[in-house]
Each structure stands twice: as structure tokens, then as C-alpha cells.
Write a protein that binds this ligand. Structure first.
Ligand SMILES: Nc1ncnc2c1ncn2[C@@H]1O[C@H](COP(=O)(O)OP(=O)(O)OP(=O)(O)O)[C@@H](O)[C@H]1O
Ligand SMILES: [Mg+2]
Length: 317
């Protein structure tokens, strides 16, 4: 294990940002930390990166305690925080070379690594402009390049791709995968569940400062009940009739999405569920625009797990 967290607690006044958080990350894997705004993700990352002290519990990074051996931990990690850290007056290239020099690379090695990263993050053309003139997405990419300069033993990324366009996001994913492939352990927070799905070997969903679910993305989807059958109806007036027909055919209460005109239900036998549902809809004279069976998405898992109004007992578990 390259990151071990046991019963971690952190308060800010009345707010319990972390309330007994437990987490383990295996060496060389990518671990996704998911949770709604205010769940405690950044607080966790900041404590692991020794930027904040916990009030209780313990955490170890690369075999060292984050409080008692903070200086040692700092030599083993890289961090890209949620807010930008680059110098606005320096050019992109100078920023990266400076980060490399701070990390004791030789001038030549720092320049070489800076050029590599400027290239792979699409910043080569802008490399000699002051970072203050960069767009938001370019700034973010420069931040990431600075954090990934060294291939540290453990890398923390707090919402690395927020605000990036799809191409830049894909580039960051590739770099993260490369780093993990070369042995770096990556702990990343994200609001893009597709990112966790694509990138993470394991994910932990946290809410109110505790882990409420963890496993591989596939494990979590399977827990939600396997496949889902979706029916999109042609006429908004049919929503209630369609829900009733789907419930009759599938034997479970469906979710109805009024805006998308979609009724959705978990199913076990894909083929039987499809044909029985079609028949039930026909009997009810509901016009169908589209019908299909699919795997649940991580978004659905997340919404279900963090839906406090509907499932208070699960959110507190
Ligand atoms: N320095 C601080 N002072 C006061 N409260 C704080 C501080 N830092 C965090 N908090 C509170 O602790 C809780 C957890 O915050 P944290 O930033 O860890 O959430 P997060 O999961 O990263 O959220 P987001 O998705 O919005 O980035 C929130 O209620 C937040 O308001
Ligand atoms: Mg945060």
C-alpha cells in the first residue's frame, strides 16, 4: 500500500470536513476520489500532501507518517492542487524549468523535461509567453505539467481536468496512465465520473468526510443492479402509462425522467425484459421512440449513493 488512511478527522469550526475517513491505495495504481462539493476530497489531498494537519486518525504516504515524517513525505510526492500555482510573470517554459530546478534536476535535465511536457500538453507554441497571458485551460495544463515534471512516487491530482477541452483532457489522461505505468501511484479527485471510469483502477465515493462506497468502477456499477432497460416515449402524456407498463413487465419500480421522456429500470434477463416490456407498452398503447438495454453509468451510481433526500441511511453509512 502506498497510501494508508485510518480514521482521519479534520474540523473547520463547526464543520467536520473529515469524519473518520479510511482509505488504502495500492502502489502503482490510479485511485479515484469521488464525492459531491464539500465532501472532503481536497481536505484529504491537502492532509496527504502535508499542507494541512489532521485532528485525529493517521495517514501514511510512501511508508511515512504525514505528520511525524512530513519532510520525508514531501520528498516522495507531487501535487497539483485545485487552484493554480504557476508564476504569472514567468513564461510557461521558465515556470517548468524553475519547478525542475527546485526539485534538484540539473539545468539541462530540467530544460529537457520541460520541453517534453510543453510538447505533450500542447503548450510548445505558447512556451515563451508569460503564463499570465494563458487561457484558463492552458494555465491548468501548465499546472499539471509542473506537477508531473518528476514522476514522483505518489502523485496527488485535485480535479486535474476541470475546465479542459476534450483533447487536453485526453492528453492528461494519457500522461497519468504513462506515469502509473512507470510505477507512480496516483490519487486523483474528479467530478467527471467518466474520468474515473476510464482512468481509475479503484474508486472511493466519499460524502460528509467518510467513504460511503469503494471498489472498481465495474464493482460499483454491478452493485447498482447490473443492466438497465431504457424506454424513451414519443408523447409526454404517456409517461405515467409507460412507467406502469414497464413496472408490470420488469417487476421493479422504474425511474422516470420527465425531461428526457425516459423510463429506466434495472433488469436481469436482457432479452426477456426487452420483449416483455415492448409487449406491455404495446398493450398500453404507448408510442415508443427508443428502447434499449445498457450498463449503468458511474454517474448513476454516484447519484444513487449521494442522494441524501431519498436514501439518508446509505449516505450516513
Ligand atoms: N480552510 C477552511 N476553512 C473552513 N472550512 C473549510 C476549509 N477547507 C475546507 N472547509 C470545509 O470543509 C468541507 C470539505 O471541504 P473540501 O474542500 O475538502 O471539499 P471537496 O470535496 O474538495 O469539495 P469540492 O468538490 O467543492 O472541491 C467543506 O464543508 C468546506 O467548506
Ligand atoms: Mg475540492
Amino acid at each position: 500500500m502506498n497510501v494508508v488512511i485510518e480514521g482521519l478527522r479534520k474540523r473547520f469550526g463547526e464543520t467536520a470536513a473529515l469524519d473518520g475517513l479510511d482509505l488504502e491505495v495500492r502502489a502503482g495504481t490510479v485511485h479515484g476520489l469521488l464525492g459531491p462539493n464539500g465532501a472532503g476530497k481536497s481536505t484529504t489531498v491537502r492532509i496527504l500532501a502535508t499542507l494541512a494537519r489532521p485532528d485525529g486518525g493517521r495517514a501514511e504516504v510512501a511508508g511515512h507518517d504525514v505528520v511525524r515524517e512530513a519532510a520525508l513525505v514531501r520528498t516522495r510526492i507531487g501535487l497539483v492542487g485545485q487552484h493554480t500555482a504557476v508564476d504569472e510573470v514567468l513564461t510557461g517554459r521558465r515556470n517548468l524549468v524553475m519547478f525542475g530546478r527546485l526539485a534538484h534536476l540539473s539545468r539541462r535535465a530540467a530544460r529537457r523535461r520541460a520541453d517534453e511536457l510543453l510538447d505533450s500538453f500542447g503548450l510548445a507554441e505558447a512556451a515563451d509567453r508569460p503564463a499570465g497571458t494563458y487561457s484558463g485551460g492552458m494555465r491548468r495544463r501548465l499546472d499539471l505539467a509542473a506537477g508531473m515534471l518528476l514522476a514522483p512516487e505518489v502523485l496527488f491530482l485535485d480535479e486535474p481536468t476541470t475546465g479542459l477541452d476534450p483533447r487536453a483532457r485526453a492528453e492528461v489522461w494519457r500522461t497519468v496512465r504513462d506515469l502509473a505505468g512507470s510505477g507512480t501511484t496516483v490519487l486523483l479527485t474528479t467530478q467527471y465520473l467518466e474520468e474515473a471510469d476510464r482512468l481509475a483502477d479503484a474508486v472511493s465515493v466519499i460524502d460528509h468526510g467518510r467513504v460511503i462506497a469503494s471498489g472498481t468502477p465495474d464493482d460499483l456499477k454491478a452493485e447498482l443492479g447490473g443492466d438497465r432497460l431504457d424506454v424513451v416515449i414519443a408523447d409526454p402524456g404517456d409517461l405515467a402509462a409507460a412507467s406502469a407498463a414497464v413496472e408490470r413487465a420488469a417487476g421493479a419500480r422504474p425511474d422516470a425522467d420527465e425531461d428526457a421522456l425516459r423510463v429506466s429500470v434495472p433488469v436481469t434477463d436482457r432479452v426477456a425484459a426487452l420483449s416483455e416490456t415492448l409487449r406491455a407498452l404495446e398493450d398500453a398503447r404507448v408510442a415508443v421512440a427508443d428502447i434499449g438495454v445498457r450498463r449503468p453509468t458511474l454517474d448513476e451510481v454516484f447519484l444513487r449513493l449521494t442522494d441524501r433526500s431519498e436514501k439518508p441511511e446509505e449516505a450516513l453509512r
